[in-house]
Design a protein around this ligand. Structure first.
Ligand code: NAD
Ligand code: WQD
Length: 340
């Protein structure tokens, strides 16, 4: 058995897939989650896939004394992967303080414990949202950060600053992973994305429309300066994303990091338009999708895709799965959730 790793938000979408990959790579995992955007049965489903049950504790990371108490009771943590956060861009505009509290305070409480206990290895879930509307494509890690379009984006930008500053004055080593657009589900269809309420993201809206839960998909604009007029994003399979966390962790644990604060883009390096995703879904699954073109969604940027050379070269990681793999897995997951 390898080192013990704490995964915050480990019952959520990306966290659960990462726990599977960590366990498959021999790590011992402790998950903490407050179940605000996940359910306890994910634990069983992870166990079904890996045949090992991760340790779990229901913990509210906004409660500083509970966080301190958790670390008193759980010694020997070699590293932390911090997924727990609120992630809905629109909700963050309506309730910024919720986002600043949940995404910033929780990070600070964890880092205070890292300092106190000498936990040196930290992986942080950042987002391509920090790049805003990029000046050039593909986006490298050196592109200017300009996420002030939403409080959610601000929390990721501020969190990176907090981590960078902490790494300057402590033994902490951090890798911030800037995810592009994660999609898809585990091939077993045991775990996947479970949006609360009406999905805000494209792929869950597509699968729910195909499943008959939503009547029609709205395509937000076909008048962007792209080939087909719809927006372009870099959609990455969540299992590829999960695997990147394992290699990032191994980089820190084996002290192969080149600086104490490092940033990597995690994407495929390929941009796909909304209409291309719809086409690909229809072809892959044989499901005809009911969709219409509507006005642009405020705040959307035209095109975003990653330059992945730094992650390829330094982490030795590359996204391997295709858009078809991702959409097929998302559709099989949706069918399972709906009991088809
Ligand atoms: P998710 O909501 O599925 O998972 C987050 C988990 O954290 C949930 O299980 C939730 O219950 C838990 N949580 C939230 N606040 C908590 C708290 N105060 N205490 C304890 N647990 C708490 O989200 P996800 O899609 O898996 O995202 C994981 C991380 O990746 C987040 O930090 C998110 O901002 C970031 N990210 C996500 C995307 C995306 O599109 N999904 C893209 C870029 C970055
Ligand atoms: C993708 C494309 C929409 C829904 C968001 C966050 C970002 C990051 C990833 C966390 C866009 C179009 C969508 C629909 C549509 N998350 N669309 N109809 O906006 O690129 O990024 O998730 O860090 O911060 O902002 O992802 O899935 O919402 O949209 O036409 O019903 O699909 O306009 O072009 P987005 P998305």
């Amino acid at each position: 058995m390898k080192e013990k790793i704490l995964v915050t938000g480990g019952l959520g979408y990306i966290g659960s897939h990462t726990v599977v990959e960590l366990q498959n790579s021999g790590y011992e995992v402790i998950i903490v989650d407050n179940l605000s955007n996940s359910t306890l049965n994910v634990l069983e489903r992870i166990t079904n896939i890996t045949k090992q049950s991760p340790q779990f504790e229901r913990l509210e990371l906004r409660n500083k004394s509970h966080v301190a108490d958790f670390f008193k009771r759980n010694k020997g943590i070699a590293g932390i992967i911090h997924f727990a956060a609120s992630k809905a861009v629109g909700e963050s505009v309506e309730n910024p303080l919720l986002y600043y509290e949940n995404n910033i305070n929780t990070l600070i409480y964890l880092l205070q414990e890292c300092n106190a206990l000498g936990i040196e290895n930290f992986i942080f879930s950042s987002s391509c949202t920090v790049y805003g509307e990029p000046d050039s494509l593909p986006i490298t890690e050196n592109a200017p950060v300009k996420s002030a379009t939403s409080p959610y984006g601000n929390t990721k930008q501020i969190s990176e600053e907090i981590l960078k500053d902490t790494c300057l004055v402590s033994p902490l080593k951090t890798i911030a992973l800037r995810y592009f657009n994660p999609i898809g589900a585990h091939e077993s269809a045991e775990i996947g994305e479970l949006p609360a309420g009406v999905p805000q993201n494209l792929v869950p809206f597509i699968t729910q429309t195909a499943a008959g839960v939503r009547e029609q998909l709205s395509v937000f604009g076909d008048d962007y300066p792209t080939d087909d007029g719809s927006c372009i994003r870099d959609y990455i399979h969540v299992v590829d994303l999960a695997k990147a966390h394992v290699v990032a962790l191994e980089r820190l644990l084996s002290k192969r990091n080149e600086a104490n604060f490092e940033i990597f883009n995690l994407g495929t390096g390929r941009g796909s338009s909304v209409l291309e995703v719809i086409n690909s879904f229809e072809k892959t699954t044989g499901q005809k999708l009911n969709y219409k073109i509507v006005d642009r969604r405020p705040g959307d940027v035209t095109a975003v895709y990653a330059d992945t050379q730094k992650a390829n070269a330094s982490l030795g990681w590359k996204a391997e799965k295709s858009m078809e793999d991702a959409l097929d897995s998302a559709w099989r997951w949706e069918q399972k959730v709906r009991g088809f």
